[in-house]
Design a protein. Structure first.
Length: 272
C-alpha cells in the first residue's frame, strides 16, 4: 500500500532478528498473491479476493494491516486488501458487486501483519485475454519495479530508485505517478524513508545496511496525475487511463539488496 500521511523521523533500519521475522511474513504475503493468481478469471468478484485474503490470514494467525487503517481515522480502510482495477491507481476497495471481466487488469495489494511485523507486496494480474498494449503496460510496470530494486546498494541514494524507474517507464511511453510513494516498513506499516518513483541519481537519503522499505511504482498509460474519489480511498487516473503497479518489500544488505516478500529459494533477477 502506498504511503499516506506523514512519516516518522529517521529511516526504518532493522536488526538481523527483525529481518528473520520480515522474511517470514513476507513469504506469507507472497503466498497470498500466489493463491490469488490461481483464482483470477472473468466472473469472480473483488469481494471474493478479499474473502480469501481474510480466511488465509486468519488461518495463519496473522491480521490484515489494511483493515481499519489508520487507527482513529474518520474513514478507515474497510477491507483486508486493496483491489485496484483498470483505471484505479491504488487503494481500490473490494466489493462483491464488482465483477472482473475479460480484458481487465487488477492490482491486488496485501499487507499481513504477523508477530508485529508487516509484509507488504502487490501484483497486477491480467484477466482473461488483454489487448497487446495493456499487456505491455503490465510487463513494463514489473520491469520498472525490477530496475528500481536493482538500483539499490549501500552508498547509493533514494533518488537512484526513482531515476531508474522514471527513465525506463517514460522511455516506454508511460507516465509515473508522483502523488504516492514507497515507504519504510517493519513493525510500523508506513515510515521513512519516502521512496519516490521519480528522481535524480545521487539525490536523497543514502542507503545503509538494514534500511527496509517498499518499492512500488504505479505506472499509467496516460497522464500521471490522479485523484481520490468520494469514498476517501479509491485513487483513479485523472484522464481515466489504465494504471498498473507491482510492489516488493526490500532491505539493504552489505553488498546489495534482499527482497523480503519472496519465499526461501525464489529469486528475482536484478541484473540490468
Amino acid at each position: 500500500m502506498p504511503r499516506r500521511g506523514k512519516a516518522r523521523k529517521g529511516p526504518v533500519r532493522l536488526t538481523p532478528e527483525d529481518l528473520e521475522k520480515m522474511r517470514e511474513v513476507g513469504a506469507f504475503a507472497c503466498s497470498l498473491l500466489d493463491e490469488i493468481e490461481q483464482m483470477i478469471e472473468p466472473g469472480i468478484t473483488t469481494g471474493a479476493i478479499d474473502d480469501l485474503v481474510d480466511a488465509r490470514t486468519q488461518k495463519r494467525g496473522a491480521i490484515s494491516a489494511t483493515l481499519g487503517y489508520p487507527k482513529g481515522s474518520a474513514h478507515p480502510f474497510p477491507k483486508h486488501c486493496c483491489t485496484s482495477v483498470n483505471n484505479v491507481v491504488c487503494h481500490g476497495i473490494p466489493s462483491h458487486n464488482h465483477v472482473l471481466r475479460d480484458g481487465d487488469i487488477i492490482n491486488v495489494d496485501v499487507t499481513p501483519k504477523l508477530d508485529g511485523y508487516h509484509g507488504d507486496t502487490s501484483r497486477t494480474f491480467m484477466v482473461g485475454g488483454v489487448d497487446p498494449e495493456v499487456r505491455r503496460l503490465v510487463e513494463d510496470t514489473f520491469e520498472s519495479m525490477r530496475r528500481g530494486i536493482a538500483a539499490v546498494k549501500p552508498g547509493g541514494h533514494v533518488g537512484d530508485i526513482g531515476h531508474a524507474i522514471q527513465t525506463f517507464a517514460e522511455g516506454r511511453g508511460h507516465s509515473v505517478v508522483r502523488q504516492f510513494a514507497g515507504h519504510g516498513i517493519g513493525k510500523i506499516f508506513h515510515g521513512p524513508p519516502t521512496i519516490s518513483h521519480v528522481g535524480s541519481p545521487g539525490s536523497g537519503e543514502m542507503f545503509v545496511p538494514g534500511m527496509t522499505f517498499t518499492v512500488e511504482p504505479m505506472i499509467n498509460m496516460g497522464d500521471w496525475r490522479c485523484q481520490i474519489l468520494g469514498d476517501h480511498w479509491t485513487v483513479v487516473t485523472i484522464d481515466r487511463s489504465l494504471s498498473a503497479q507491482f510492489e516488493h518489500t526490500i532491505t539493504v544488505t552489505e553488498d546489495g539488496v534482499e527482497i523480503l516478500t519472496l519465499p526461501e529459494g525464489r529469486e528475482l533477477d536484478l541484473t540490468v
